[in-house]
Ligand binder design. Structure first.
Ligand code: ADP
Ligand code: MG
Ligand code: ZN
Length: 620
């Protein structure tokens, strides 16, 4: 319904054109009609070069001076008689080559049916097309459902229940309360309990907000109206607001009901921001939503559920009590939840005994539900590609590398010089990380190109912590600089390979100084609280600080990076020999596992190893 369908219209025009040209062809005849005696005269004067009798229609082709762009035709009263009459002439003239060929086609000639039938057919086709277009228009043409919301009621596809949502026990309990209220409102109102108007699910993308809402629908046993906020926005001004009205009207009619608005930030963005003031339509829609949410009383049994991953940009009016007064934060899962999610998604996949989901869960700190489901799916694809009936731990390992850094590109031509550079770069990261007390342990080092990366050093904590301290952030910067510092120290030149590291290190440093108030000179002040503005592609923040502060910030960031750089250089210089060993190992084996790396650093003998990412995450 978002765009006018061009295809049927095109078809319609095409049929019309065809019909017209056909009709024109019928009447615009370039033929010359002659009488029977003239026909015979033409034959006798040896003017005919060929002819054709089709039913009763005789067409003559004349010799040179007489021929033209027109056809000579005659309607024969008696084709058989004509044949008899010219037979002697025909025999003579075909033999002498005057008549090069002729053709008698039996059957009736042009009759009324010959053109009546196609007209009827064309008419039928036109009617069909018209009916088709009209049918579409009824439910799909924008002009015809002006202001009507496109609502999915009940469950699209397979029914999802709380069983399908792993982890999130508190979230589920809270939502269950709401469902229970809709089922037996009396129980709650008897105690004088108020049930919230609106529930807002917020959290990073892929953490299962939409899934949770669908599960509520599955559990509720009440009507469920689902709509994506972008559906409110249309080409026509005023449609959004009337759609909002429509959804609420529908919900009231069928109450008890739940209205689910996915991606509510599409309409719920803070009013009065953005450039050019072209957001009137959205503001009207949002205002209507606010009005509707105030308008229904709790006894009506309608609850609004909304999801967003940008709660910070929502208009404060939406969040105040009486509207979305209950917030459920859906966060990134912890290791137990990850294991539960993996179990849910492993249910319909074939997995062999080597797979320890617990180990996978431990090694995937920071993965969301969507990431984990994607991981198992990629692993299943890898197993299927090798014609194996079940996936094993190696598939999951390879899938994880693929998810993290893209597919392996072993066949890419690599110059020896590039290999050496990559090995030194990655060894630099790894050795620096090893010598930083708060840094996450190194899990794998590889110089096999993947995606856009030429190599990678993968570090991961045992368990993710909720906070980062200043020292941890600083050491992360030191670790990120390891690649560049190693290049600088052990090669004559530096490369572009470190650009991503440098970006990330700079961003971290900037956040430490400007966002988390971790700089002594600038004090404990956050300098990011400016208004968010939409400028072209991105949201920029207006500066809420002076140019002087901006200058100081830049100096601070520079000083911090410099300090980290020197720290890193010191570590690498002190461990030059170890670093060289790691480089040599990488040049020979391409991949070094976390265990092998630690053995090397501790001066022990390096043992054989699979080099899996799950190294060191044993479930036992
Ligand atoms: P969001 O709406 O938060 O961006 P979705 O609800 O669309 O995320 O989640 C994407 C997919 O991730 C789901 O379809 C589901 O397969 C998977 N997923 C996310 N969280 C969970 C979970 N807790 N349990 C099971 N699967 C999950
Ligand atoms: Mg979603
Ligand atoms: Zn690097």
């Amino acid at each position: 319904m978002k765009k006018v369908r061009f295809f049927p219209i095109l078809l319609y025009v095409l049929v019309l054109i065809l019909l017209f040209s056909w009709l024109l062809g019928m009447f615009d005849d370039t033929s010359v009609r002659i009488s029977y005696s003239e026909v015979i005269t033409q034959f006798e004067s040896e003017n005919v070069s060929s002819f054709e009798v089709k039913g009763s229609r005789l067409t003559l082709q004349l010799h040179e001076p007489m021929s033209g762009s027109w056809e000579v035709v005659h309607s024969l009263a008696d084709p058989e008689g004509f044949h008899e009459e010219i037979r002697p002439l025909l025999e003579k003239q075909t033999k002498s080559g005057i008549i090069s060929g002729y053709n008698f086609i039996a059957g009736k000639g042009w009759s009324a049916y010959d053109f009546v039938f196609p007209i009827i057919l064309a008419g039928l086709v036109l009617i069909l097309i018209w009916a088709f277009l009209a049918g579409r228009a009824n439910n799909n043409h924008p002009m015809n459902n002006f202001g009507k919301a496109n609502v999915i009621s009940g469950q699209p596809g397979k029914k999802v229940t709380f069983q399908d949502v792993a982890g999130m026990e508190e979230e589920k309990r809270e939502l269950y309360e709401v469902v229970d209220f809709l089922r037996n409102p009396a129980k709650y109102t008897a105690v004088g309990a108020k049930i919230p108007h609106g529930i807002l699910l917020s959290g990073p993308p892929g953490t299962g907000k939409t899934l949770l809402a669908r599960a509520v629908a599955g559990e509720a046993g009440v009507q469920f109206l689902s709509i994506s906020a972008s559906d409110f926005m249309e080409l026509y001004v005023g449609v959004g607001a009337s759609r909002v009205r429509d959804v609420f009207a529908q919900a009231r009619k069928i109450a008890p009901a739940i209205i689910f608005i996915d991606e509510i930030d599409a309409i719920g963005r803070r009013r009065g921001s953005g450039m050019g003031g072209g957001h009137d339509e959205r503001e009207q829609t949002l205002n209507q939503l606010l009005v509707e949410m105030d308008g229904f009383s709790k006894s009506e049994g309608v609850i609004v559920l909304a999801a967003t991953n940008r709660r910070d940009i929502l208009d404060p009016a939406l969040l105040r009590p009486g509207r979305f007064d209950r917030h459920i934060y859906v966060g990134v899962p912890d290791s137990a939840e990850r294991e539960a999610i993996l179990k849910v998604h492993a249910k319909n996949k074939h997995i062999d005994d080597s797979v320890k989901l617990k180990t996978v869960a431990l090694a995937t700190a920071g993965f969301t539900g969507a990431d984990l489901s994607n991981l198992l799916n990629e692993a299943a694809i890898l197993a299927a590609r090798d014609n194996r009936p079940a996936m094993n731990m190696n598939d999951i390992n390879e899938a994880m590398m693929k998810v993290l850094a893209g597919p392996e590109k072993r066949n890419r031509v690599r110059l020896q010089k590039d290999l050496k550079l990559t090995a030194i770069h990655e060894a630099g990261h790894a050795v620096a990380m090893y010598n930083l007390p708060t840094h996450d342990p190194v899990r794998q080092i590889s110089i096999i190109p993947r995606g856009w990366a030429l190599g990678m050093t993968w570090s991961q904590p045992e368990e993710e912590s909720a906070h980062l301290t200043r020292n941890e952030m600083y050491e992360m910067i030191v670790g990120l600089l390891g690649g560049r510092v190693a290049e600088e120290l052990f090669l004559d030149d530096i490369s572009t390979g470190a650009s991503n590291d440098i970006d990330r290190a700079s961003k971290l440093a900037r956040d430490m100084v400007g966002r988390y108030g971790m700089s002594k000179t600038l004090g404990t002040i956050s300098y990011t609280s400016g208004e968010e503005l939409f400028i072209g592609r991105d949201f920029e923040r207006t500066k809420s600080y002076s140019e002087k502060i901006a200058g100081t910030m830049d100096d601070e960031v520079k000083a911090l990076i410099e300090k980290a750089y020197n720290h890193c250089a010191e570590i690498l210089k002190n461990n030059q020999q170890k670093l060289q060993q790691v480089v040599d190992f990488l040049m020979e084996h391409e991949v070094m596992s976390g265990t092998q790396f630690r053995q090397c650093m501790e001066g022990k003998e390096i043992t054989e190893d699979t080099g899996s990412l799950f190294d060191g995450f044993d479930a036992e």
